[in-house]
Design a binder for this molecule. Structure first.
Ligand SMILES: Cc1[nH+]cc(COP(=O)(O)O)c(/C=N/[C@@H](CC(=O)O)C(=O)O)c1O
Length: 402
């Protein structure tokens, strides 16, 4: 009997499995709107000019291939924290923010889950928005936390269920952990307004909840890295000791380089030092130390004013192209095709994704009949649309809902 005879076949990943199905499809009209990865107007992956420039500068400096420290490239983690918290952040200027490099956003979330499971003394419960990024549940469950949900999306309005959100956070046991998408909520594309964020901050304070921000799209949502960091910075200004997971996969296009950071706001430099030492103890047996090249690229961009502003322009360019696809798709569905249903959410939603409202039956039919691939929950990556395929996509949706 083989050692592995009891191993069952597991289901394909709800997001990455879509790309596998797309790749297997030979129809030339096929469109992949599954994975949240930016594509330019020719449907091609996009390496930012600032990234290419940074790599040239790096190559010229002939860097070695030595191990990074357990918590990664120190200049990079300092600059990543500055990007998120801002230059006038009190804990940052006081040297009280513990930061470690991570294996992109997923790695940051996993370090956070593991650290909280081991050191957060008040609860082992984490509340995720319903729905949330598919990988959040396995990450935190495998970290040893109990995963619960708070209402977030209102199917009727295809918008935020703010009353449900407030009620669920108010009903959560005190000091529970609550995961918050800082901007560009995945999969819904629905974000709280700044006023709503202020109310959420008050409830989190009232219930002594622990806010864990996932900021995987800073700059990519509105085109402004400052605007997209509003919730994170507001919470810190309000005195919350947040945890923060950052990803540079989307906003720097460093997907496969796996560049991210995890940070915790502590009370003071001495406490930060103790937290740093425990972060190292969590990370060392996990993967010892992080990949070098991507962090060097990100650090070069964040550390050079000219490259930094070139990068900000490029992030805005990606955000703007997605917004133009939203407007174009809305126009096709409502004016050209007069597709039945309400489509305003295609425009009002923000970031990489649009939660179309299409059901599993319709998404299945779109894949089989129209060779249009999206996740079963009807989420589409707007970045997968371009001038060459958006009309075909709109016609396919029109056929699927009629
Ligand atoms: C909210 C959120 N947080 C973290 C991540 C992790 O990204 P990383 O590449 O580890 O930095 C992703 C990736 N989301 C897209 C890709 C994926 O599922 O891995 C997606 O939703 O398609 C998120 O959408």
């Amino acid at each position: 009997l083989s050692t592995w005879s009891a191993v069952p076949a597991g289901p394909p990943d709800p997001i990455l499995g879509v790309t596998e199905a797309f790749k297997a499809d030979k129809d030339p009209r096929k469109i992949n709107l599954g994975v949240g990865a930016y594509r330019d107007d020719n449907g091609k992956p996009y390496i930012l000019g600032s990234v290419k420039k940074a790599e040239e500068i790096l190559a010229a400096s002939k860097p070695d291939k030595e191990y990074l420290p357990i918590t990664g490239l120190p200049e990079f983690t300092k600059r990543a924290a500055l990007l998120a918290y801002g230059a006038d952040s009190a804990p940052l200027t006081q040297g009280a923010v513990a930061v470690t490099q991570s294996i992109s956003g997923t790695g940051a979330l996993r370090i956070g889950g593991a650290f909280l499971a081991r050191h957060y003394p008040h609860s082992k419960i984490i509340y995720l928005p319903v729905p949330s990024w598919g990988n959040h549940t396995p990450i935190f469950r495998d970290s040893g936390l109990e995963v619960r949900g708070y209402r977030y999306f209102d199917k009727k309005t295809v918008g935020l269920d703010f009353e449900g959100l407030k009620a669920d956070l108010q009903a959560a046991p005190e000091q529970s952990i609550v995961l918050l998408h800082a901007c560009a909520h995945n999969p819904t594309g629905v974000d709280p307004t700044q006023e709503q964020w202020a109310q959420i901050s008050d409830i989190v304070k009232e219930r002594k909840l622990f806010p864990f921000f996932d900021m995987a799209y800073q700059g990519f949502a509105s085109g402004s890295t400052t605007r997209d960091a509003f919730a994170v910075r507001h919470f810190v200004t309000q005195g919350h000791q947040i945890a923060l997971a950052q990803s540079f996969a989307k906003n720097m296009g460093l997907y496969g380089e796996r560049v991210g950071a995890f940070s915790l706001v502590t009370a003071d430099p001495a406490e930060k030092a103790r937290v740093d030492s425990q972060l190292k103890i969590v990370i060392r047996p996990m993967y010892s130390n992080p990949p070098l090249h991507g962090a060097l690229i990100a650090n070069t961009i964040l550390g050079d004013t000219a490259l930094y502003s070139q990068w900000e322009g490029e992030v805005k360019g990606m955000a703007d192209r997605i917004i133009s696809m939203r407007e174009k798709l809305y126009g096709l569905l409502t004016h050209d095709l007069k597709t039945p249903g309400e489509w305003g959410h295609i425009k009002s939603q923000i970031g990489m994704f649009s939660f179309t409202g299409l059901g599993p039956e319709q998404t299945k039919r779109l894949a089989e009949k129209a060779h249009v691939y999206m996740t079963a929950d009807g989420r589409i990556s707007m970045a997968g649309l371009n001038a060459g395929n958006i009309e075909y996509f709109a016609q396919s949706v029109d056929a699927a809902v009629k």
